[in-house]
Design a binder for this molecule. Sequence first.
Ligand code: MN
Length: 313
Amino acid sequence: MTELRAVSLIGAPTDIGAGTRGASMGPEAIRIANLVGALKGQDVDVLDRGNLNGPFNPGLSPINGFRHLQEVVEWNRTVHEAVYAELKEQRLPILLGGDHCLGIGSISAVARHCRDVNKKLRIIWLDAHADFNTSELTPSGNIHGMPVACLCGFGPKELVEIGGHVPAISPKWIRQIGIRSVDAGEKKFVHDQDLDVFDMRFIDEMGMRHTMELALAGLDQNTHLHVSFDVDFLDPNIAPGVGTTIYGGPTYREAQLCMEMIADTGLMASLDVMELNPALDVRNKTAEIAVDLIDSLFGKSTLMRRQKSYVEN
Ligand SMILES: [Mn+2]
């Protein structure tokens, strides 16, 4: 691929859907870790669109099983429009979160774009959690635990309908990687909806390489590949700067291989980088690791290599 890739950064500085505050500072920490410089080093045409605006976090308790529902809806509508506008201009949006509730706005925009241009959609969801809760199942009411369910049509009307098509996506389009913390009721729901989950037990037994071969199987040149990267995917030893750390995540090398294998497909067309929490980080090291991994998602590798293709032509 020789064409210059066009990328737009969109900051969404909010922690409106999270239980722990601080992800609202995520976009600035990623900028300080020099994401723009890293991408420019790979001949990417990168524009930083700055930050979106939305309601501040009032710090209220959940009402009817949802915390800050109205604010979450507003933020997601704004994110949806911003991501959709970049895709329409044939630019690859990188959403800098912000907490993972914003995946609703972002991925519903990607799905809308795929309907417009008649592309298939595959979503790689890198996360410690399945994010497949509903207000009946969630113990906390925090909407950052619900985006996958909302996108699949299970959630409050205002969120499920963002993007104008219900459901926004099919569970069949998702591959979840790195999962190691699922609430009791959520477990059954994940199973009922037949989500394709590669949990840590699977990665332990089969290795990251085989996991990614399966997760990326069946792509073709007409597939739009979206990556939703929750930084809590990573083991907290390397990435302490998140609000919901869970031990036993991918190591640095495993995470690199995961990103490099996604890059090898040449199909990634949108990316969310979510849940980075600088208030819990140590000297911005989690932001630096995130930038390093994003660099790999865009094809940085140790040596020149012939592209191994997982894509059917
Ligand atoms: Mn998440």
